[in-house]
Design a protein around this ligand. Structure first.
Ligand code: UN1
Length: 542
């Protein structure tokens, strides 16, 4: 962590078992480092090695969140009147600094939430891609010129910023997802209060410092740490107090509905990216090896902790046995461990102990539904570990990969998202049945179909109700310049990423400029062209 730590972080000690530093982290309000108003702190721990403590962070109070909102409000006038290309330039600087610091950020992310280095690297790249995309969007942010129905009059549309945006995200994509939100927000001229995920505060602190180093003026992005039920709740409550103009949230459907209600009664905009029970269909014409690769990665990459991870694996009966033999061989050989100490693991620990507890509750649901367990034994312990678990199980919070088969539509585990390394397998009788099953959960985020029949692929694309679909690809891996989001229980229809996200952080302002020097009434003073006259003219040509 050489550069950033030396220049920016206050090291408390180096007493961790791996010799890594423990730092004191702060809120960043109006560019200043701040502790919680009552001095309370919480710790961030490495889930792959719980004795490794990354640091202490402020447990923010309502007062701290309000201070951050006030700072964002005060910064708004200057920032929103800064030319958009200049805002874009600062965002471009952020992308270039992220590239410079990428190795440090990647290692820190892996240490804080346990993703493999390759995955952390891909995730930080997604944040970089977002900055580079929006750098040049600062030179567009197009409005339109529109023809008037009256002479000597011009019509225009402009994109205007919403004001102060509250940003709340989960820790599974702790760099890409907040950047998906805050970069377009500030590009449009908004200012932000970011409630950092409880389980990745050091990474959030590092990223916010880098954003300031890139030239971000004080107060444009304000960072507050804390619990969802603490600082997160205070930020959402501030909508009732008229202190925030937008909430953007990625997390559970239950919390998203609560945020949507609060925003709804205050008539403010909210972006909600929520849960998923993403289906992946395997049809007989597919390349089975390719489908096995895609399903395995979608189910168990990131320890199944993506909102795009595979939920229901729907396999056509004619290839069920062949597919499952190959799939299970891979599952049984899964390499699991601390990516900072072992090479080539597919996945590491759960994101934190809280995620592990929730996952075990999800497994109980599969058991009580009566699904057939093909593989998986819950938590990995020294006495109970798969063959390719590497290291000391007791060091962190590791889970077996789990496969439940004979899952049917009437089971809860068919419908409920279980965040972690588990897949529920459903057998389909036909393409129509597979498509029906793919649409039968309450969610509609990502989806996939493996087939080499072009008509089936077309029917899947047109028949599936989901925000994202892969044909002969896994359910994960959306790129940073396509619209990301879901339908049904997966969100409120807003999108992240690419040009589409701009709708979520700006409103359209229609302006008319009357140049005639007199009052011309729209709809009333408009020249009328009479059909009879037109016909008469046409007749004279005959
Ligand atoms: C998330 O899990 O919240 O498509 C985001 C993907 C990633 C983003 C996932 N690019 O899997």
């Amino acid at each position: 962590m050489a550069h950033v730590l030396e220049t920016g972080f206050e090291i408390m000690d180096n007493d961790n078992p791996n010799g890594s530093p423990r730092v004191r982290g702060y809120n960043i309000i109006n560019g200043k480092l701040r502790q919680a108003s009552d001095g309370e702190t919480f710790e961030s721990r490495n889930p792959a090695w719980l004795e490794d403590c990354l640091g202490e962070f402020p447990q923010s109070t309502r007062e701290d969140v309000h201070d951050a909102l006030d700072a964002a409000r005060k910064a708004f006038d200057n920032w929103s009147s800064t030319p958009a290309p200049t805002r874009g330039q600062i965002i471009g600087n952020m992308g270039r600094l992220l590239m410079d610091y990428k190795d440090d950020i990647v290692k820190l992310e892996t240490r804080e939430i346990g993703k493999t280095l390759k995955e952390s690297s891909g995730e930080v790249q997604e944040a970089i891609d977002t900055c580079l995309f929006f750098q040049s969007e600062g030179r567009r942010l197009y409005g339109q010129t529109v023809n008037s129905e009256l002479p000597d009059k011009e019509l225009f549309t402009y994109r205007r910023p919403l004001g102060v945006c509250g940003i709340i995200n989960a820790c599974n994509f702790p760099a890409a997802v907040p950047f998906w939100k805050m970069i377009p927000a500030i590009m449009c001229g908004n200012t932000c209060v970011w409630k950092s995920p409880q389980d990745s505060p050091l990474l959030s602190f590092m990223l916010t410092r880098i954003m300031h180093e890139a030239g971000l003026p004080n107060g444009v992005i304000n960072l507050v740490h804390g619990r969802g039920s603490g600082a997160g709740q205070y930020l959402v409550d501030s909508a009732d107090e008229g202190m925030v103009d937008k909430i953007s949230f990625t997390g559970s459907t239950a919390v998203g509905k609560m945020i949507g209600e609060t925003c709804g009664r205050n008539l403010i905009s909210c972006s909600l990216e929520l849960g998923g029970k993403n289906p992946l269909v395997v049809m007989p014409s597919a390349s089975i090896d390719n489908a096995v690769e895609g399903a395995y990665w979608a189910a168990f990459g990131t320890a199944g902790q993506r909102c795009t991870s595979l939920g229901n694996l729907i396999v056509h009966k004619d290839v069920f046995d062949e597919f499952m033999d190959k799939f299970m061989a891979k599952v049984e050989g899964t390499r699991i461990g601390d990516a900072l100490r072992h090479d080539d693991v597919l996945y590491g620990p759960m994101l934190s102990e809280r995620y592990a507890e929730d996952f075990l509750v999800g497994l109980e649901m599969c058991e009580s539904d009566g699904a057939t367990k093909l593989w998986g034994e819950g938590s990995i312990t020294d006495e109970n570990k798969p063959a390719n678990f590497l290291g000391e199980a007791g060091d962190g919070v590791y889970m077996w990969p789990h496969v439940y088969s004979d899952v049917t539509e009437d089971m809860d585990c068919f419908h409920e998202e279980i965040f972690g390394p588990v897949v529920t397998v459903v057998k389909a009788d036909s393409f129509e049945h597979a498509l029906h099953l793919a649409n039968a959960s309450p969610y509609g985020l990502s989806s996939a179909c493996y087939t080499n029949d072009r008509l089936e692929a077309y029917r899947f694309k047109t028949g599936i109700k989901a925000g994202m679909t892969g044909i002969n690809n896994s359910t994960t891996g959306a790129e940073a310049h396509l619209p990301f989001g879901g339908v049904k229980g997966s969100g409120n229809g807003t999108r992240e990423s690419g040009i589409w996200v701009i709708e979520a952080y700006s409103y359209w302002h229609a302006v008319n400029d009357e140049l005639s020097g007199k009052l011309q009434l729209a709809q009333m003073d408009v020249d009328e062209i009479h059909i009879e006259e037109a016909e008469a003219d046409y007749g004279s040509l005959a």
